[in-house]
Design a protein around this ligand. Sequence first.
Ligand code: ADP
Ligand code: MG
Length: 254
Amino acid sequence: MARIITICNQKGGVGKTTTAINLASYLAALGKYVLLVDMDSQANATGGMGISVADEHHNVYHVIVNDQNPLPMIKKTSIFGFDILPANQALAGATVELVSMEEREYRLKNSLSPLRMNYDYILIDCPPSLGLLTINALTAGDYVIIPVQCEYYALEGLSQLLHTVNLIREGLNSDLQVLGVLLTMYDKRNQLNRHVLNEVHKNFPGRVFDAVISRTIDLAEAPSYGKPIIQFSPNSKAASEYRRLAEEVIKLTQ
Ligand code: ADP
Ligand code: MG
């Protein structure tokens, strides 16, 4: 039975999609079967793996809004064991359409439950908001990973996110656990970055991943080639950092 991990932070540009793609790649490289569900209408996870985002009739929108079977929509990536349930811009409209639906918070959870048999991990890449798509993703999850960019306003918004996680736990999904906070875009030469790292450890004692993702041009460039770091630059620092994250995730979810 797959463990479902939701990668969530309502801020944009903090490294959610980069983490989703590269964590999925290394989980697969370590022998796990992984499905990445792209829940962002910008479809960056889909595009970043070199998968066409133009398929208007077979993407996660149709799964959650029209109850279509996700199985035939799943695409294999260039990495063995790593599949994607793609998104498309149509998903932007789903937020509004879901509002009037029954069981609107449970639609993703219900759609994914038959797929749990086929994978070791299902990762969900969230949009940059706390709207119904993110609520669906948190309701479907067993765990949440919170990427935090090492910048001045890093902690801002985190209390709101944790409040949302608590509300979901009380009302919609009592199983949800914070697996960890992941520091991203870290530059050890930058004093502010080091300060933020210490602050995050102070605020989340014992809940920060040992793996820290450095700021590197490799991670910024890889998506434009439709490749994860394991293929784009397998010997880079970023590659070993994401491998380490995958190892930690496996250990924590055993
Ligand atoms: P989100 O999904 O939270 O909006 P992304 O993963 O798309 O964030 O990252 C935002 C931008 O920063 C992207 O252009 C991405 O390529 C780049 N990026 C992400 N992580 C890093 C990193 N560790 N170093 C350098 N650039 C990064
Ligand atoms: Mg994203």
